[in-house]
Write a protein that binds this ligand. Structure first.
Ligand code: DC
Length: 227
């Protein structure tokens, strides 16, 4: 069967990665979580003391970009690829609220985007890929055969994120999670380089009132149309 490229963009915590993983598994495609790549760079910057609440040493981060190696390794038990920074598995470390609070700032740096977009285009050059992010259908793969743009209300998204963090044992406050979601929406849609916008040929998908199963069934139908 012919292989296609599936680009899934949208706001944070709209369930992009859940559906992307389901699709990749079902189709036997490679799944690439591009948000994890930006999170890895943010985590690197935090580790090296290049970013905190008061200060962002952007030039130093840019000069160190060649030292940052990001890779994905498939984890059989989990059924998806985990992200590695310079050989170390950082899948857990990048999902904290602290990393979420810095990642949009790091992702607004053009040199960071250029490096990661090049790597993403390589990862998807043979098609048969499901990639989720903010600029996949607009910048990374403007010719993707299927482009989805996921939306849901900020409150719904914050509740989902809050539930996930609590389940992992993180002591977080719902209002702080909602504020993070709203701040990231603002930063991601207003940055100069590759802001989050829906591609003209993307299909908008509001999943505020859909269960995971309903969402997956509907999206599978869209994939079927393209194949
Ligand atoms: O999908 P996520 O929440 O893990 O993404 C983390 C941040 O990375 C998000 O706030 C914006 C940024 N990002 C981006 O700018 N471009 C992408 N393709 C993916 C993520």
């Amino acid at each position: 069967m012919k292989k296609i490229t599936i680009a899934i963009d949208g706001f944070s915590s709209t369930g992009k990665s859940t559906v992307a993983k389901q699709l990749a598994k079902h189709l036997g495609y490679v799944y690439v979580d591009t948000g994890a790549m930006y999170r890895a760079v943010a985590y690197y910057a935090m580790q090296k003391g290049l970013i905190n609440e008061r200060d962002f040493k952007v030039e130093e981060l840019i000069s160190q970009l060649s030292n940052i190696d990001i890779a994905f390794k498939f984890n059989e038990a989990l059924g998806f690829a985990e992200v590695y920074l310079n050989g170390v598995n950082i899948e857990k470390e990048i999902r904290t609220l602290e990393v979420s609070n810095f990642v949009s700032t790091v992702a607004s740096v053009s040199q960071v985007r250029k490096k990661l977009v090049e790597q993403q285009q390589k990862l998807g050059e043979n098609k048969g890929v499901v990639m989720d992010g903010r600029d996949i259908g607009t910048v990374v793969f403007p010719n993707a055969e299927l482009k989805l743009f996921m939306t849901a209300s900020a409150e719904k998204r914050a509740q989902r994120r809050y539930d996930e963090l609590v389940e992992k044992g993180d002591a977080v406050d719902y209002e702080a999670v909602l504020k993070n979601v709203q701040d990231r929406d603002h930063l991601d849609t207003t940055r100069d380089d590759s802001p989050l916008v829906m591609a003209d040929d993307a299909i908008e998908f509001d999943n505020s009132d859909l269960s995971r199963e309903e969402q997956f069934e509907k999206i599978l139908g869209l994939v079927g149309d393209k194949l």
